[in-house]
Design a protein around this ligand. Structure first.
Ligand code: AMP
Length: 461
């Protein structure tokens, strides 16, 4: 099946062919015609399925089909994403696919200066891609008007809820035209109760689209657990990378501190490594990612939140140095591996403390992951399980809290995910570690929070 049959305009088909795409992906095949008809859509699809083009192409076409009177350029399509990186990627796609159209787009997220964004918004923008925190900053500064939005996209909605964005999303929804007067598209890799609730409130008679997740079936991914003592994990990891000659490995840790420490230790072992997490500046993250893609950096050590939204899919090797607290994150993590049609490998190093986490993951997967004890790394049966330590920086917006909220619907919101409004200075100071000075103003309060740093809340600028 080619793109020609989907009802897309000649300008969009030209942009698609310039990208070298010959066939629509399953999500594109299903979503594009429905979105072109103006239907609300709830789609189960994760990064790597081609979902971005799946909503961007018909969205652009609909805007072109109903042009506004000359001279008026209100925001007509709003795409909300959980992370800066995803926002930037979606914005790049909008530019790419819309290159032969006369529409303007802009992206707003935190961590960068707000003034250039204000200038751009002032000049008029048809499609706005935003993270919720920075978008609400613009709203409060009256530099954006959302009252004319015709199409709303929530991208990676599950992750937005994980990150505690529900309140910000509600605020944004209140600024949009009435629900019946706009088209709503919700994309999510997983469908928890919370997502379904959000969908019920947001979507009108939605069409449901499910495509096989590229990688959740085990066919293309070899999953294996290696039981090993915690203190020997790093040694085993270096050994595996070296002895198996892995050239490009994405390694997940639970905490920012753990990611830093592991990257440093791997460097000492002679492996080029970089850490990527929310306390790193945007520049450092971009550099680490570029190094990883180019092959200069052999091991990229990432936290779940940092890795989310990064275009680092189709890797040969993903290692769970530590299992995630939330089983769904395991699925996201291993979804990074599996090159088109080829097998990928997802290795989990599991110590005695993590047996419960492993059981939760296996329950989610509805299958056991094969467990292989490696010679020379047999766990010491004398070691007793201990509670899992969270990172130092979890207070005030760290990963633990971001995760914790998912399991408990009644869990209190610990801090604004965008960090700005609720994070008490004291918590931020504590999170920043001993010796950190109190920072003036609320903007600094969540500086140490991984979410705050990654979300477009703008708390790092
Ligand atoms: P996404 O799931 O939107 O993050 O897209 C994953 C990757 O697939 C991106 O690098 C896209 O450029 C690419 N892609 C999207 N649609 C197609 C297509 N129809 N054919 C080939 N590649 C595609």
């Amino acid at each position: 099946m080619s793109f020609d049959t989907l009802g897309l305009s000649a300008e969009l088909l030209r942009a698609i062919s310039e990208q070298g795409y010959t066939q629509p992906t399953p999500i594109q095949r299903k979503a594009i015609p429905l979105i072109l008809q103006g239907k609300d859509v709830m789609a189960g699809a994760q990064t790597g399925t081609g979902k971005t083009a799946g909503f961007t192409l018909p969205l652009l076409q609909r805007l072109c089909e109903n042009p506004l009177a000359k001279g008026r350029r209100p925001v007509r399509a709003l795409v909300l994403t959980p992370t800066r990186e995803l926002a930037a990627q979606v914005a790049a796609s909008v530019e790419t696919y819309g290159r032969h159209l006369h529409l303007r787009s802009a992206v707003v997220f935190g961590g960068v200066k707000i003034n250039p964004q204000i200038d751009k918004l002032r000049r008029g923008v048809d499609v706005l891609i935003a993270t919720p925190g920075r978008l609400l900053d613009h709203v409060s500064q009256k530099t954006v008007d959302l009252s004319q939005v015709e199409i709303l996209v929530l991208d990676e909605a599950d992750r937005m809820l994980d990150m505690g964005f529900i309140h910000d999303i509600r605020k944004v929804l209140a600024l949009l035209p009435e629900n019946g007067a706009r088209q709503n598209l919700l994309f999510s890799a997983t469908f928890s109760k919370d997502i379904k609730q959000l969908a019920n409130r947001l979507l009108n008679n939605p069409e449901l689209i499910e495509v096989a997740q590229r990688n959740t079936t085990a066919e293309r991914i070899d999953q294996v657990v290696h039981p090993v003592d915690k203190r020997r994990k790093r040694e085993l990891l270096s050994h595996m990378i070296g002895s198996r000659n892995w050239r490009q490995v994405l390694v997940f840790t639970r905490t920012k501190h753990g990611a830093n420490r592991l990257a440093q230790q791997l460097e000492k072992d002679g492996l080029s490594a970089a850490a990527i997490h929310g306390n790193k500046s945007q520049g450092a993250r971009t550099k680490a990612l570029a190094g990883f893609k180019s092959g200069d950096v052999r091991v990229l050590v990432a936290t779940d939140i940092a890795a989310r939204g990064l275009d680092i899919n189709q890797l040969p090797h993903v290692v769970n140095f530590e299992l995630p607290n939330v089983p769904e994150d395991y699925v996201h993590r291993i979804g990074r591996t599996g090159r088109a049609g080829n097998e990928g490998e997802a290795v989990s190093l599991v110590c005695v403390d993590e047996h419960k986490l492993l059981a939760d993951i296996e329950r989610l997967l509805k299958k056991d992951i094969p467990s292989v004890v490696l010679e020379g790394y047999e766990p010491d049966p004398g070691i007793k399980a201990e509670p899992i330590q969270q990172g130092r920086n979890t207070k005030g917006g760290g990963q633990k809290q971001a995760r914790g909220r998912r399991s408990g619907a009644s869990a209190k919101r610990p801090a604004s995910p965008s960090g700005e409004k609720r994070g008490p200075r004291k918590a931020a100071r504590k999170a920043a570690g001993p010796g950190a000075k109190a920072q003036p103003g609320r903007r600094r309060s969540a500086r140490s929070g991984e979410r705050a740093a990654l979300l477009g809340g703008g708390r790092t600028d």
